[in-house]
Each structure stands twice: as C-alpha cells, then as structure tokens.
Design a protein around this ligand. Structure first.
Ligand code: TXA
Ligand code: MG
Length: 318
C-alpha cells in the first residue's frame, strides 16, 4: 500500500472508533477521534494510563482551536502563529462539547498542531481532531520510531503509520494560559528562550509542584535499567564487576570503565541530542546493564527538555 492508501485506511479506522499510532515531529502518538469517548477510553486501556491524566488534542489547522476553547489570549495567539505547526501545546479553558475523558474532567484542554505531513494528512482526512498521548505504555519512554511502537503496543493498536524516526525526538512544550502570566508545564521541542523571545517572561513550575499537569509525575520516561546522574571514578570502582552504560552529550575522554557508551551528538548539538535521546536510552535498556550513568547536559535550549526527561527517568518515586 502507498502512504496515501495507508493514511486513508488509518482515517477510516479512526472514524469507526478505532485507535491508530502515527508519527509526529516530536514522538509517535496513539490517536482516536477526540469526540468519541469509547475510542478514547481504549487508548487509556492499551497504555494502562490512569484516567486522571488528560490527553492532548491534535488539530490540522490553527482555526480549529476556536471550536474547542472558550477564548484564545493574545499571547497564545502570537505563539500559535509563530510555532504552529510545531512542538508547542497550549492549555486553554475548554468548550463544553469536549468529552470529559479527554481532559480528565478538567475545565481545560491541551491542544497542538503537529508538524508532520502524515499526522496532518491523517487529521484532515478524519475530519475530526485527534486525541493522542505518546504511543508507549504509561510511565515508559516515548517512541520515536514505528518499531518502538510495534515492540511495545504491537497487536493492541489497529494500525501503525510508519513515518520514520521523529525529527525532534522530545515531546512538545506545554504552556498553560489560565493565569495572568503563561506558565511552562513541560519543557519540550520549542525552547523556553524561543517562547520568551515572543511573549516575554513566563512562569516556570517546579517539578514537584504541578497540580495543573497531572501527567507530569516525577517518575516517567523510565527505562527498566536504573539511571543515575551522580558518578565519579571512585563510585565506579564500587561497581567493578557490574556492567554500566554511559549516556553523554559528547564523547568522553575516558570511557574505559563503561560497558557501552551512547553519545547523543558528536558535535554537542542539543537539537541532535534531543532527536537521539529516547532511542539511545532504549538501546542502553536493551543491553541488560546493571546501571546507566547519565552525564548532566547544559540546561539551555533543548537541553532543558532533555534534562527534564532524564530527571524523571532517574527519579525513584511515582
Ligand atoms: O509531543 C507531544 O506532545 C506528544 C505527541 C504525540 O503530540 N504527546 C504527548 O502526550 O506527549 P502525552 O499524553 O504523553 O503527554 C501529555 C501531557 C501529560 O503530561 C498531560 O498531563 C498533559 O500533557 N496535559 C494534557 N492535558 C492537560 C491539561 N488540560 N492541563 C494540563 N496538562 C495537560
Ligand atoms: Mg507520554
């Protein structure tokens, strides 16, 4: 089947109440018709996701936001104009017609327009907005290839659209517009610096205090193998007989003690590093190591999203 035929089939499935995994520029999503509560419920079941964790609605045109929300503040409008289609999600007061299961009963809804030709073609062909979380079991790393989805959710989804590796590699940036000042709920594919260059300073929630982003539990994006940040040569001696993997931005000078080293970007480019992040952690996780050591990355640009995901991956508590 050609891509067009597969997208057509995927749209039919969604219109009939099925669920489809599809590529976006950030990560693969698992989508259903946002106005079909039963279809959306299947997403929660397949992911084993708690119902208190709301989904993002994906649209194919900025004008579609108007029918989903009460109003769009001017700062949100300016960001939408600048960054859509792209990895920016806006949280606004929702219109009553959106099913509660999508928003976990909140008075707000998260919306974005993805920048991927397959995602956009799919949403246009369905003629409905698509509610979609990342296409991974709850709490695990997001998938950045169709194969990642196949490995973990395979026969539980009705169809997987393969659009190759996701170019951005970390999820969208989530900004809430419910207070006077916009608030960053999740750092992601659009950097804080880019956002602040358009609308000025935004509020930044500390990781432990995010009542408005129920899905941002401390332990998230976690591989099976334990990940730690703190390491020193002395530390490593304690693990003499253990297999330890290293996750670093650039090639380390001395990596003799590590069983395997994943370099995120040879030239130290944070965009390239973000695009490689989840696949690199998955590769390390597949090696049955005793431990993964992650070397902290500068928290500028996409480094902020990378460190946010790594912190959650290293976190011990739910
Ligand atoms: O890049 C992305 O955003 C990907 C692709 C597939 O679009 N999607 C994604 O969805 O990362 P998910 O479900 O894995 O993460 C969505 C996050 C969750 O932490 C959820 O709690 C938060 O968005 N969220 C959704 N609706 C919200 C709302 N109304 N208020 C606050 N947070 C919300
Ligand atoms: Mg997710």
């Amino acid at each position: 089947m050609s891509d067009n035929q597969t997208i057509h089939r995927a749209a039919e499935i969604i219109k009939e109440g099925g669920i489809v995994a599809f590529p976006t520029e950030t990560v693969y999503g698992l989508g259903a018709d946002a106005f079909n509560p039963l279809a959306v419920a299947r997403i929660f079941e397949v992911k084993r996701r708690p119902y208190f964790d709301p989904l993002i609605i994906h649209v194919a045109n900025p004008s579609n936001v108007e029918e989903l929300v009460k109003e769009i503040p001017s700062s949100a409008k300016r960001l939408i104009e600048r960054f859509w289609p792209g990895p920016l999600t806006v949280v606004l007061l929702k219109e009553e017609n959106i099913p509660d299961i999508v928003t976990a009963g909140l008075p707000t809804v998260a919306i974005r327009m993805p920048n991927h030709p397959m995602a956009l073609a799919l949403i246009k062909e369905c003629k409905c907005p698509i509610a979609a979380p990342s296409a991974n079991p709850f709490g695990y790393l997001s998938p950045t290839t169709a194969e990642h989805v196949r490995d973990q959710l395979g026969d539980q989804v009705d169809l997987i659209l393969d659009g190759g590796p996701c170019p951005v590699g970390v999820e969208s940036t989530i900004l809430s517009f419910l207070e006077e000042k916009p608030r960053l709920l999740r750092p992601g594919g659009v950097s804080l610096e880019e956002i602040e260059s358009i609308i000025g300073k935004v509020e930044i929630s500390p990781i432990k205090d995010r009542p408005s982003a129920p899905g941002m539990l401390p332990k998230h994006y976690a591989p099976r193998t334990p990940i730690v940040f703190d390491w020193s040569e002395k530390n490593l001696d304690l693990y003499e007989d253990k297999n330890i993997g290293l996750l670093v931005l650039q090639e380390p000078k001395n990596n003799l003690k590590f069983h395997f080293v994943e370099v995120l970007s040879k030239k130290g480019d944070l965009r390239e590093a973000a695009a490689n992040l989840f696949a690199a952690i998955r590769r390390l996780d597949a090696l049955n190591l005793d431990l993964i050591v992650a070397k902290p990355i500068p928290e500028i640009g996409l480094g902020r999203a990378i460190m946010d995901r790594l912190r959650r991956a290293t976190s011990k508590g739910e």
